[in-house]
Design a protein around this ligand. Structure first.
Ligand code: SF4
Ligand code: SF4
Length: 156
């Protein structure tokens, strides 16, 4: 695996991001197509006469479309990621490969939001600093905060 390719400017591992999950987006696309083919909206109206949960079918479709819109087709380093990202801009302006090369990283408030969602971010940046973006992924920690919370609950 080309690890550097999947090492985002901020130190996230693109492989672990939900927006890069091809299976998820293929399934969402297929589900939307199948529901449309079946005219499930009409069926939901019928079902809603006896089961009020089906009244929310349009909301479900709205959320399904929003899920599809999260898709990130390529790693951040290759042009994926958020269309506008102050972290990526900052790293590129400074001529770094990523935040792990930055002496101001510990006090950088630009990373605060990511830190709140990705509790391993600083651990990852330390790993990348130590092993390089080509050789850290096998040592990485948990990606999302809820995954960490679930793992801690399982342990206790
Ligand atoms: S878009 Fe920004 S926050 Fe997202 S992975 Fe790329 S550098 Fe990180
Ligand atoms: S100041 Fe440093 S740590 Fe913060 S976003 Fe810019 S390069 Fe990354």
């Amino acid at each position: 695996m080309n690890e550097k390719k999947f090492t985002a400017w901020c130190g996230l591992c693109c492989i672990d991001c939900i927006p890069s999950n091809k299976d998820l987006f293929n399934l969402a696309h297929k589900l939307e197509e199948k529901l449309s083919y079946l005219q499930f909206d009409e069926y939901a109206k019928l079902k809603a006469e006896k089961n009020p949960a089906f009244e929310d079918y349009p909301v479900f479709i709205k959320v399904l479309k929003e899920i599809k819109s999260l898709k990130c087709s390529m790693p951040c380093r290759e042009g994926g990621g958020k269309p506008v990202c102050e972290i990526r801009n900052c790293v590129q302006d400074k001529g770094y490969l990523g935040c792990w090369e930055c002496g101001d990283r510990r006090s950088c408030t630009k990373l605060d939001y990511l830190r709140s969602v990705h509790p391993s971010l600083d651990y990852h940046l330390d790993l990348i600093g130590k092993y390089g973006p080509e050789n850290w992924i096998s040592k990485r920690g948990i990606h999302y905060r809820w995954q960490k919370e679930s793992a801690e609950k399982t342990k206790s």
